[in-house]
Write a protein that binds this ligand. Structure first.
Ligand SMILES: *Cc1c(COP(=O)(O)O)cnc(C)c1O
Length: 350
């Protein structure tokens, strides 16, 4: 017997590569190519270091209030955390304590399986169809919980309210988590369904549409019962997950709706141009409702394109996983980034 036998054995989530150099185009983590709102810059600049001597608001009250106001909800319907990943891991802990497996698509956010492994939550994955579509009928089966990303990642496909409603209607006995990390880029939010379903939890992030990946901010929306379970779990792990500077930045980001909408518009316009260009080169890709595209080419393997782009200092995401290992997930960058990407691809493919 050795202490080594007691170390955790887990295959962790692998994030997008962060090369140790400065001059490259990073399209592998779905970060926003544009800076956060000038109001965020001001909030961070004006934040007095003196205030750091105090603990932050434990439940991120100013931030929760700003989010609730923006979403037309009450503060007791909102929970803020240290990135959506923090919120989701608390939610898995708080809600998935059944002996039955939780269910989610085989192709979706790959953190799901990692949380299940570390929290010892049984799970089953349900295959999406050949076009990466999720059939809600597949989710009408006994389970200990349901997790759906809508729009889904890395497929970029978004579905409407009737789709979420179908899943909810066959799952009144489970908590259903809808991860809306990408919803702002053209998806349909399930927020209106919160009035009807007490077992629905929706998560969002500041990392993509609000350009704050480095700040680590995310939130959840749901019934007071679900939100209370999240607080109880948080307060059993880490009472103050959201630091004071992040809270101030988050409030500023939420309140600058105009900048938010303008930035989304730019990203979406570039995405449409990139989609057209890729199709022109022979790539196949679904219409994206996110800030990335998910593309495959009939002649060039995704791995070969991925490696080639790296030699041109362009980093995209390639998942060496069953069913998707011939696809590339490419983040929508600036117009300049996109020009460089297209030029490199044309050089390879012609
Ligand atoms: C980016 C992402 C998240 C998490 O974002 P945070 O940076 O932790 O807020 C959650 N779900 C999906 C599907 C994502 O792509």
């Amino acid at each position: 017997m050795s202490w080594r036998d007691n170390l955790i054995k887990i295959e962790p989530y692998v994030a997008g590569e962060q090369p140790n150099k400065t001059d490259f185009i990073k399209l592998n983590a779905n970060e926003n190519p544009y800076p956060p709102s000038p109001m965020v810059a001001k909030a961070v600049r004006d934040f007095g270091a003196d205030a750091l001597k105090k603990y932050p608001s434990a439940n991120a009250v100013p931030l929760v209030n700003a989010i609730a106001k923006r979403e037309g909800l009450k503060p007791e319907n909102v929970f803020a955390g240290n990135g959506t990943d923090d919120v989701l891991s608390l939610a898995f802990r708080a809600f998935f304590n059944s002996d039955k497996p939780i269910i989610f698509p085989d192709i979706t956010y790959s953190f799901n399986t990692v949380w299940c492994d570390i929290l010892r939550i049984p799970y089953e994955t349900i295959p999406v169809d050949g076009d990466f579509n999720i059939d809600p009928a597949d989710y009408a089966r006994p389970n200990g919980g349901v997790v759906i990303a809508n729009p889904n990642a890395p497929t970029s496909i978004g579905r409407g309210l009737d789709f979420i409603r179908k899943i909810l209607d066959s799952n009144c006995e489970s908590v259903v988590i809808v991860d809306e990390a990408y919803v702002d880029f053209g998806g349909v939010t399930a927020v209106p369904l919160l009035q009807e379903y007490d077992n629905l939890l929706i998560t969002r992030t500041f990392s993509k549409s609000r350009s704050l990946a480095g700040m680590r901010l995310g939130w959840a929306m749901g019934s007071p019962e679900l939100i209370s379970a999240l607080y109880a779990t948080k307060d059993s792990m880490n009472s103050y997950p959201v630091d004071s500077i992040a809270q101030a930045a988050g409030v500023a980001a939420i309140e600058d709706e105009e900048y938010f909408q303008a930035t989304l518009k730019r990203v979406i316009a570039t995405r449409e141009r990139l989609t057209k260009e890729l199709r022109g080169m022979g790539f196949t890709l679904p219409d994206s409702q996110t800030n990335f595209v998910f593309a495959t080419h009939p002649k060039y393997s995704a791995k070969a394109i991925f490696e080639y782009l790296k030699t041109r200092d362009i980093y995209v995401r390639w998942f060496n996983k069953p069913r998707i290992d011939n696809f590339l997930r490419i983040t929508v960058g600036t117009d300049e980034d996109t020009d460089a990407l297209i030029a490199a691809l044309k050089n390879l493919i012609g």
